[in-house]
Design a binder for this molecule. Structure first.
Ligand code: AMP
Ligand code: GLY
Length: 426
């Protein structure tokens, strides 16, 4: 098969690595890709926003499958437009990607199909939103409705913060994404990322992970796209997984089919495991980044076979095998992240760092004058496996020690919750 992979982050590097291991692959192309992906794929410059250009490329290169990494093109309808040209695409339609593209859409779906989630109100008007917040009180959560690159959520511990967040949203802090807001109940519990591979009718559980959203050790500082992750998430016991499928994912699949927008692709449920059980925080309609990196390290099966089955509506006949142990990834970020990262600093020592079996996925790198340089906020994902999370954690940090990049920083405590559990046996 000829495959085109869209995207340029660590998630896409991990996907490329796994796709390249498939005996089904003839040739992999990636656009725009990155220097790490370039080891497995021919990198091509395509204007991904121009769907007919992508389609023309697919026809010329006889692409058998397009794999879409990030949410932006999905919400913009790239899957629909390529399918109209007869091209096979792994990823949801525009209508199904509303599960990520509009938080209000997802909340209304939950209300309609009785899916457990935080109580909420949906507002296109500042005064009405403020009245709701004043009536409900803090802590409370304010979310811009649309895609805001992970920055549209404010966890307001006081009424003042909540009102300020509403002002910011309606003042255009998130552009069109904030023209509407969701205000919701503050949930407490442990968070988990839960993935399902979906073909429109069947949802096949596809691994669990835990992310670390805050930039600093001890879960401090501003939110990021994710500073590290590990898989599996111990909180997702077989019982919790079964409940999540029955109470959240399956009603979503039926609900989306019911609305004429069956979901095919990766459904990523951000969950809060509360005293009452799993509640949906949000859906994403693509792999998590960096969660994908740890899932790919643990997946024993051929990813291309599974993606094909999802595209062809054959998941009811499939199963998935994972390695028994754990995988953990630590994000190395450029100084300044999650604000404006410093670009251009030189990174050395990746081959030495990877010599003990760590995989180093490139998230934001470029080649400049023959040298590997930082070219984004999250720059590298240093990833390792082990029989326990603790062992994977040790290996990842040993690899990081060997990387020569003084301008990079990382969290020192990725996996702490699971390691603590392993040590105390609870
Ligand atoms: P989101 O962009 O919706 O994933 O939100 C970012 C983060 O905010 C989540 O990973 C949670 O840590 C937190 N969060 C979102 N919604 C809630 C909520 N209703 N209660 C508590 N925390 C939340
Ligand atoms: N790591 C969280 C996300 O990909 O949305």
């Amino acid at each position: 098969m000829n495959v085109l992979l869209l995207g340029s982050g660590g998630r896409e590097h991990a996907l490329a690595w796994k796709i390249a291991a498939s005996p089904l692959l003839t040739k992999l192309y990636a656009s725009p890709g990155n220097p790490g992906i370039g080891r497995f794929a021919e990198l091509v410059k395509l204007d991904i926003a121009d769907h007919s250009t992508v389609a023309a490329f697919c026809q010329e290169k006889k692409i058998d499958l397009v794999v879409v990494g990030p949410e932006g093109p999905l919400v913009a309808g790239i899957a629909d437009d390529l399918r109209a040209w007869g091209i096979r695409v792994f990823g949801p339609s525009r209508a199904a990607a509303r599960l990520e593209g509009s938080k209000g859409f997802t909340k209304d779906l939950c209300a309609k199909f009785n899916i457990p989630t935080a109580a909420y109100g949906r507002f296109a008007d500042l005064a009405a939103a403020k009245a709701y917040v004043e009536k409900t009180g803090a802590p409370i959560v304010i979310k811009a409705d649309g895609l805001a690159a992970g920055k549209g959520v404010t966890i307001a511990m006081t009424l003042e913060e909540a009102l300020a967040a509403l002002d910011a949203c309606f003042d255009g802090a998130f552009g069109a994404a904030g023209a509407e807001v969701v205000v919701e109940e503050y949930l407490t519990g442990e968070e988990a990322s839960f993935f399902c591979l979906c073909d429109g009718a069947t949802a096949l559980p596809f691994g669990t992970a835990q992310d670390h959203k805050r930039v600093g050790d001890g879960d401090t500082g501003p939110n990021t796209g994710g500073m590290g992750a590990y898989s599996p998430a111990p909180v997702m016991t077989p019982d919790m997984t079964e409940r999540t499928m029955r109470e959240i994912v399956e009603p979503t699949m039926r609900g989306m089919a019911n609305l004429g927008a069956p979901f095919a692709g990766i459904l990523f449920a951000g969950l809060m495991i509360t005293d009452q059980g799993p509640k949906l925080i949000e859906y994403n309609t693509r792999f998590g980044d960096p969660e994908c990196q740890v899932l790919m390290m643990r997946l024993k099966d051929d990813l291309l076979v599974l993606l094909n089955a999802a595209v062809d509506g054959q998941l009811a006949h499939m199963s998935v095998r994972w390695s028994d142990g754990a995988a953990l990834t630590v994000v190395m970020a450029a100084r300044g992240y999650p604000g404006t990262p410093e670009k251009g600093s030189v990174i050395r020592g990746l081959d030495e760092a990877a010599s003990d079996g760590a995989e180093i996925f490139h998230a934001g790198t470029a080649i400049n004058g023959g040298a590997l340089v930082a070219n984004g906020g999250r720059v590298l994902n240093v990833t390792a496996t082990g029989t326990t999370v603790g062992e994977a954690q040790k290996k990842a940090y040993v690899a990081i020690d060997r990387i020569d990049w003084p301008q990079g920083f990382f969290r020192h405590d990725i996996g702490w919750r699971a390691v603590e559990r392993e040590q105390t046996g609870k």
